[in-house]
Write a protein of this length. Sequence first.
Length: 514
Amino acid sequence: MKIRLIALAAVLTAGALQGDAAAEGRGIAWHDCRTSPADETGHRLAEAGASCGEITVPLDHGDPGGRTLSLAVARRAASDPGRRLGTLMVDTGGPGPSRDGVALVAKGLPPEVPSGAPGIAARYDLVGIDPRFFGLSNPLECGWPTGRYLHSAQLASPDRVTFDRSVAVAKELAAGCADRSDVLPYASTRDIARDMDLVRAALGETRISYLGWSFGSHLGATYLQLFPRRVDRIVLDSAAAPEATGPALTRETAPADAAALRDWARWAAGRDRRYHLGATADHVLATVDRIARAAAREPLKVGGHRIDAAMIPGLLLTVDDSDAFYAEFSAQLVVLRDAARGLAVTPTPEQELKLSLYRDQDVEPAFGFSATVANQCADRAASRDPETYYRDIQAHRVSEPLFGPLARHITPCAFWPVSPAEPPTTIGNGHPALLVGASGDPVTPYPGQRGLRRALTGSRMITLDGAFRHGVYLFDTSACVTDAVESYLLGGSLPGTDVVCAGQRSPGRTTPAS
């Protein structure tokens, strides 16, 4: 990558802001995080003791004198400044707004983790950023109605008719972003990583530490690749395979989704007296199969909704193996089972909310659909030939009968109005890093996490074994995981070898953004 003038300016700024200015973050004008009485994120940040500010960055980092963007930043100073270790940037995934990561680490997510990570919050300044085009950072919106987007992202294409319908929707969504072609090339994770480095410089830090989940892990790995000398300690939780990011992010998830569904089936079978879905995992999965076959014959009537075969795989995705999640999921499957039998049914309240989204014609900027797809399309080129996607689906119908048509679906990137401005970032270096993941992660499958472990040759990996969830540290109660992460962030030493921790089902938990 060629040397950029803006990078040189960042280095000079960092040198000018060392000492007391680094501790005070004088490169950014800080203010109250609350923008209105209804600003939940702002209030949560204020309760955590954080302040907020803005930083101006180039739209195109190759043209530092051109158009600019304003990034929203949150910062909470270390509560034990005498033992301060530096700045810890936090990204909660998505991609999406991540200023709330400051409150997550400082306070936790009640009631699952009410205390957060007090040791880390005491010794690090915590910093979170709304990435470019998300949250309060120049949000990108192409006017996609929620239901229309879900017809692209959450509907499977098991046959030619539904696939052709998916192609039409993907083309329509891409066309909706055509008038934003001036900014779309600059929505990549590489550009977000470069923004992070300008925030680092504005904070007056020579190096930063980093904690990221899901997409945040990809962002962290990208930052590490681009700015290895700017990284101190880095934790990447629930990471995708380095070559999987972009429009094909879900392509290899079908086997993991099926394994997670089977884990739920084992749980439901142990409670057959309550749910009557089947006395064994195989019997429960046979019930699921009957639901899918019934929907293929005729859409299921669930309250005021109609559920066809293309909707079923998306409704069977699990992201959390807690008792609370599995109980609600089982209640929803009971509704679908009875609907498949032709009975009149009423959806559960959560099921009603979910199904209503498929019919929602409102544009919901808070969901960040347009910006998420823009990020994927900017990261890596997609095939422009719809037939490649259909052939891929059909080639895996036997091995991936339920989730394959959803995982391998066509996306708007196949018709995107611009091409990526740069080639994909190749991840591979020997910098120390700590990777954390669940062996049954259905969102970023474990084989991909192991792929990142191999690419980062100086890393170690903490595996929560037998767990079917996405997001581990601070989202799971495992003391084994917590101790390993915090020992590294606070002590600076990686484990001598990779570590396997025993998974344990929790009553309830909250998952990070994917």
